[in-house]
Write a protein that binds this ligand. Structure first.
Ligand code: IZC
Ligand code: ZN
Length: 426
């Protein structure tokens, strides 16, 4: 006896294990007229709708020809922060660049001030609020960075909040320490000392198991390539795998550095050089692309996803959810931007938000796929096929989300319109 059976699934997406590099990203394993059952939070049976009548389950759900996929994975978010930055919208409209706002003490530094002020309880409440919305968009596993403390107390406060939210168990949240996210004004003339302070925190974070990865913002006016290499080396010596915000605005060579250091992911990469792309393709580093950020910063040049995939790199997609440069929890919107602005195909996009995203956060064994024995993290969508999601943008197509077989979000009874039906061959 299974716990739940979903039958009459029009398309069931069963991605192959990642990392999928280059050409392999074009293959998406789709099973039509399928059914799936789980027990004790794990996928226990996958078959045809025809044979599903032999399956006994406590609960049977009729998908009516709709799409079922693994729960989405969002491998880059800045989930925990105090305050918000809507006042900066007018500056953006006036053409003030993102890095200039930061240089003047706004941007990340304004969120740092608000995060220092917030209590752990306030950050927890706010985190829960965002998590519910993230789940509503079909995400069942995500990464969450610190980086709005820039001091020991507040960085640990952020990481403790992530730990607490993860223990509450609605979604799996993978924590990343992003101490070197900006240079505090009092260290402006001595960034090396600030970096040393952040490096000094690594031992305690490791001992308390508060982060799986470390990350650094390698960018003009923030941290240099040399400083990034120093921080990544120190992280690796303590057993952390590393991530890097690389070549987002200026082409500094962070992509090359990520490959050189064997980073688990290199993120942004809008200004990655041809050499950087080559290096990525021959490395195990996953390129995490964040087209929502390019869109939100009002820029026209997106990360060269086509060049990366055609060169043989593994590409993942993420929201970059944060209060400044990409204020959205909606990974479906990112899928549309990937299609429209980076010319990724629907197959590549689905691999990028499932298996490749799970590889970017070290969860390739448990997240982003549906196999017998894998977690029953899945989404029932109010759409007829997988190509429909990037196509119909800016809205939420989710009907129901399960995490470890438990319903964590559903659209509810308000759903009254008939869904688009897949065309059937007679
Ligand atoms: O708060 O602006 N780019 N970090 C690096 C960010 C954007 C987050 C922010
Ligand atoms: Zn980021």
């Amino acid at each position: 006896m299974y716990d739940t059976l979903i039958k009459n699934i029009g398309q069931l997406i069963l991605p192959k294990k990642g990392p999928l590099k280059g050409e392999a990203m074009k293959q998406l394993h789709v099973r039509e007229q399928a059914a799936l059952a789980w027990k004790n939070g794990k996928v226990a049976w996958i078959g045809d709708t025809k044979t599903a009548s032999q399956i006994e389950a406590k609960e049977v759900i009729d998908a009516h020809g709709r799409l079922v996929t693994p729960g989405l994975v969002d491998p880059h978010t800045h989930l925990i922060f105090g305050g918000s930055r809507e006042e900066e919208l007018a500056l953006k409209q006036a053409g003030v660049p993102y890095l200039e706002i930061l240089e003047k003490g706004g941007g990340i530094l304004s969120t740092v001030k608000a995060t220092k002020k917030a209590t752990e309880e306030e950050l927890l409440k706010k985190g829960r609020f965002f998590l519910e919305r993230i789940a509503s968009y079909g995400v069942t596993t995500l990464e969450a960075k610190s980086g709005y403390g820039l001091d020991k107390e507040t960085e640990l406060k952020q990481l403790n909040v992530v730990k607490h939210l993860n223990e509450e168990g609605a979604l799996d949240i993978i924590p990343t320490f992003l101490g070197p996210h900006a240079i505090p004004p009092e260290y402006k003339s001595d960034p090396e000392s600030f970096l040393s302070e952040m490096i000094a925190l690594l031992e305690e974070i490791s001992r308390k198991d508060l982060a799986a990865f470390t990350d650094i913002f390698c960018e003009t006016g923030v941290f240099t390539i040399e400083q990034s290499r120093r921080f990544m080396k120190a992280s690796q010596e303590l057993g952390f795998r590393t991530k890097i915000h690389a070549d987002e605005i200026d082409s500094l060579g962070g992509t090359e550095l990520a490959a050189e250091m064997g980073a688990i992911s290199a993120d942004h990469l809008v200004a990655a050089s041809d050499q950087g792309i080559k290096d990525l393709a021959s490395s195990e580093t996953v390129a995490v692309l964040l087209p929502g950020t390019t869109f939100y910063l009002g820029k026209d040049t997106y990360a060269p996803a086509r060049k990366m995939i055609d060169s043989g790199a593994a590409v993942a997609l993420a929201t970059d959810f944060n209060p400044g440069s990409c204020v959205t929890e909606n990974l479906q919107m990112i899928m549309s931007l990937a299609a429209l602005k980076m010319k990724m195909t629907p197959e590549e996009i689905w691999n990028a938000v499932t298996v490749n995203a799970s590889c970017a956060i070290g969860k390739e064994e448990t997240a982003g796929q549906l196999e017998i024995g894998s977690l029953a993290d899945l989404v029932l969508w109010d759409v007829p096929n997988y190509k429909y999601i990037p196509y119909h943008f800016g809205t939420n197509h989710v009907n129901t989300v399960w995490k470890r077989g438990e319903k964590v979000w559903e659209r509810g009874e308000s759903y009254v319109f008939s869904i688009p039906q897949p065309e059937r061959q007679s």
